[in-house]
Design a protein around this ligand. Structure first.
Ligand code: 8YV
Length: 329
């Protein structure tokens, strides 16, 4: 039997499925350190990860490893140059999380715009002595302009929801989406600068790449309206968190909603003392149904990638399909 590592605690029934095909080493404890991950990958043919960094060092120490299935749509934790050089297949879990993640983007955006968590903290702290007409004035969602940066599958699901709020949708993406999608979403393409100037609510839904590092920094925040909100459900590092803290403190923008952070889970501690930011611990895809779907899809990819099961050799979601069928190097 081939050997696999499941690097994270996941649903036990998914582990049972994997055991039908593999000898499973299951980490049910804390996140593995780089050293521990390297040690446990050493004799494995495959692995199921969830954001765990896998690069040249891990691959070099694991000469049998042929497939790493990430339980996430984003796979910036994989060093793809190293995967390609070693003919190791990476897979991800697109689509199954689109709707839950889009729902959550709205939850964060609305909480930021309408100051939900800020006012709740105030109430819980016993500060509500009288009603005031000007307490926690926020900005409207309905009838406003939504700016989506990153119009992939999740961005489109997010934009689709704007119809119910009678919002105008503008978007920026590496390339324009098909005219029929623009028409369906009633979305207008804009340059990043134009979008930042015009949008009342900016949501980031783009993958993290070196080119996208600090896509939103001090210069970009300076373009935004003082009443605008910024929501990040994409990846830490896309926003310069130091610049964002400054923009929130100085009210250069009204509020932010963040599910992802630079260096998470060790986030910039200054964010904790900024009232006009809603903070959540990377849970945009975290519904029972969606996480189950992600875990099962990652397992399916691993099973097929390692040549087992009904789709043997044809995993659904290869991120570097060119290496399929090539010998490990
Ligand atoms: C994952 C995510 O749950 O899919 C992604 O890219 O950010 C989340 O849905 C998280 O990254 C753990 O792998």
């Amino acid at each position: 039997m081939q050997k696999i590592l499941v690097a994270r605690p996941i649903f036990p029934d998914v582990i049972e499925r994997l055991k039908q095909y593999f000898d499973v080493d299951w980490n049910q404890g804390d996140v593995l350190s780089a050293d521990e991950l390297t040690r446990r990958l050493a004799d494995k043919d495959g692995a199921l990860t969830a954001g765990d960094p896998v690069g040249a060092a891990e691959l070099a120490a694991a000469p049998r490893l042929r497939v790493v299935a990430n339980m996430a749509v984003g796979y910036n934790n994989f060093d793809m140059a190293a995967f390609n050089a070693a003919n190791v297949l990476g897979t991800n879990t697109p689509d199954v999380l689109n709707e839950s993640t889009a729902d959550f983007g709205w939850a964060l955006m609305m909480a930021a715009a309408r100051r939900i968590t800020e006012s709740e903290h105030w109430l819980r702290a016993g500060q509500w002595q009288k009603w005031a007409y000007d307490a926690f004035l926020g900005s409207d969602l309905h009838g406003s302009t939504l700016g989506v940066i990153g119009m992939g599958r999740i961005g489109q699901a997010l934009a689709r929801r704007a119809k119910g709020f009678n919002m105008q949708v503008i978007y920026h993406n590496r390339s324009r989406v098909a005219p029929e999608i623009e028409a369906e979403l009633n979305a207008e393409y804009a340059s990043k600068q134009d979008l930042l100037r015009r949008a009342d609510h900016v949501v980031l839904v783009l993958p993290y790449t070196k080119e996208n590092h600090h896509t939103i920094g001090a210069a970009e925040l300076a373009l935004m309206k003082p009443t605008a909100t910024l929501t990040n459900i994409a990846r830490g590092g896309i926003v310069d968190d130091v610049a964002l803290v400054e923009a929130l403190r100085s009210k250069q923008i009204a509020a932010a909603g963040l599910d992802v952070f630079e260096g998470e889970p060790n986030l910039n501690q200054d964010l904790l003392s900024v009232p006009n930011v809603v903070l959540t611990p990377h849970i945009a895809s975290a519904t029972e149904a969606t996480r189950r779907a992600m875990a099962n899809l990652a397992a399916d990819n691993l099973i097929a990638g390692l040549g087992e099961g009904p789709r043997a050799g044809r995993p659904l979601n290869p991120v570097n399909p060119d290496v399929i069928g090539k010998a490990r190097s």
